[in-house]
Design a protein around this ligand. Sequence first.
Ligand SMILES: Nc1ncnc2c1ncn2[C@@H]1O[C@H](COP(=O)(O)OP(=O)(O)OP(=O)(O)O)[C@@H](O)[C@H]1O
Length: 245
Amino acid sequence: MTHLVVESLSFSRDGRRVLDDVSFAMRAGEGVALLGPNGAGKTTILRLVLRLLRPRAGRILLDGQPIMGMARRDLASRVAYVPQGHAVAFPYRVRDVVALGRLAAGTMVSPFVSAADRAAAGQAMDHLAIGHLADRSYAALSGGERQSVLIARALAQGARLLVLDEPETGLDYGQQLRLFDLLRRLAGDGYAVLATTHDPLRAARVFSRAILLQKGRMIADGPAADVLSTAAISSLYGYPASWSG
Ligand SMILES: Nc1ncnc2c1ncn2[C@@H]1O[C@H](COP(=O)(O)OP(=O)(O)OP(=O)(O)O)[C@@H](O)[C@H]1O
């Protein structure tokens, strides 16, 4: 049962306030989209939730515990970052990329993949219906396939909160549709999905909730279809409502 609480979060960079008093909570089964113009602070929120940055003020709780005091492995078994599926360093097989999720959570204790690690990776691939890719080289996959593999890696990690930063970037239209469908299914399966996106129209259909950020401040939080009205989006991005059709 995942429960993320973000409380009065503020963050500065180079003496400049990047986030100001941001608060929200989310539970298992919720898909929350974070939207806002470039530089609004979306990625900074994700990096704080992943404990890659330390807040200047405020705190973040996962399942009731402040993340700053958690052991790294404990944190990794609760929250997983799904990067965009672009950078490819080595031609690993898909099944090995997925099994690497077990390393992050500390359940894989040696550099060799155990039967238990392999089973967890297999389950994650089955969950996402990508078992047929298991022996392919990750480097040879399409962007959408890579994204699915990285989500499977997060599931193998055991985390129930998935954090994604503009996951649609670089994917063609069909792959974007499949990705967002997958995110919706994962929320339906009880995962908590927190994603930034620059696609308000899709977000309104796929996510249960949307949070709007402007210059580091939250200006809306509520059901995605309500928050992402044409008027709200026009005002957020600063263009006349008549342009959106
Ligand atoms: N490493 C850094 N050093 C200094 N300032 C930074 C750094 N990373 C981000 N910032 C600044 O923090 C602010 C928020 O950045 P952030 O990346 O969180 O915005 P964002 O909403 O994710 O934007 P985008 O939609 O462009 O990805 C911006 O003003 C940005 O310039």
